[in-house]
Design a protein around this ligand. Structure first.
Ligand SMILES: [Zn+2]
Length: 195
């Protein structure tokens, strides 16, 4: 199996260059996870990594947060032959996530939480919080790419990252790519499905 970062680079879900991030900092790597999630075949292939990692863990349910996580949870669960569930934005419009739409778990269900790109871990943490009111055991958290390179953790719950990589970011005045005169790109919304 080709490694995940190579696969993601192949479909432009990870690009290298000189980018202006939403934070205002500059960096040399840009992740557009929807270049993966818009491509069902590539997404399915990425989920093979999760299925391989969790197949012998006696998992009952794969849970993911909106939006990327639910697509990954669905496909990973399909490949593993188990159920999936989804942590959505709270119905009252408040912060946090909820397991909605009449989802129930058998007591003692073994759950794995999956998501796409891990940075600070907010969406995973909200999913774990949503699961606290359900009678489940969270066996592991799986992410495709850990951008924090191990800095983000979830207490005692093991984190399985298919790929891990530190993404450097610099203020403009300290940016080595600016110093080299590399043109700055502001990643945007130029991708068309099917193009
Ligand atoms: Zn720069």
């Amino acid at each position: 199996m080709t490694d995940l970062l190579t696969q993601l680079a192949h479909i432009d879900a990870i690009r290298t260059g000189h980018f202006l991030y939403a934070s205002g900092k500059h960096g040399d790597t840009y992740v557009e996870k929807f270049n993966l999630l818009r491509d069902p075949a590539a997404t399915s292939k990425a989920c093979e990594f999760f299925a391989e990692q969790f197949r012998d863990k006696d998992i009952d349910v794969v849970v993911g947060p909106t939006t990327g996580g639910i697509l990954l949870a669905f496909e990973t669960a399909r490949q593993m032959g188990v159920a999936s569930a989804y942590a959505e934005r709270a119905s009252d419009g408040g912060s946090g996530r909820e397991i909605r739409r009449g989802t129930t778990f058998a007591p003692g269900s073994r759950v794995v939480v999956v998501d796409d790109i891990l940075t600070t871990g907010g969406s995973v943490r909200e999913t774990l919080a949503a699961l606290e009111s359900h009678p489940v055991e969270v066996v592991a958290v799986g992410v495709l790419v850990d951008r924090s390179n191990g800095a983000t953790t979830f207490g005692d719950i093991p984190l399985v990252a298919i790929a891990s990589r530190k993404f450097d970011a610099w203020d403009a005045e300290n940016c080595p790519l600016c110093a080299q005169g590399v043109p700055l790109e502001k990643p945007g919304t130029t991708t068309t499905p099917g193009s």
